[in-house]
Design a protein. Structure first.
Length: 84
């Protein structure tokens, strides 16, 4: 479900304008409890990219701890294959 801002709340256009200008997420509450965050698209995309990078780092750290590593020459050989 992707409601339009006019379906979501009165004055929503102003809220979106403020979010785009300030680049900060807004917490939406329901019955006084946190329910969702509203943020501009660029901020969301930056957060997604950061999350993918952090997940990659975590996978790499796990691989090191489990001993799943390559020698420098083997890593170069595999990278060359990907880049050619």
């Amino acid at each position: 479900m992707n409601p339009t801002i006019s379906e979501l709340l009165p004055g929503g256009a102003k809220v979106l304008k403020d979010i785009k200008r300030q680049k900060t997420p807004v917490l939406i509450t329901q019955n006084g409890r946190p329910a969702a965050y509203l943020m501009d698209v660029n901020t969301y995309q930056r957060l997604e990219k950061r999350m993918r990078i952090l997940e990659g780092i975590a996978r790499g750290e796990t691989a090191i701890l489990e001993g799943r590593t390559l020698s420098h020459s083997e890593a170069k050989r595999r990278m060359k294959r990907w880049l050619d």
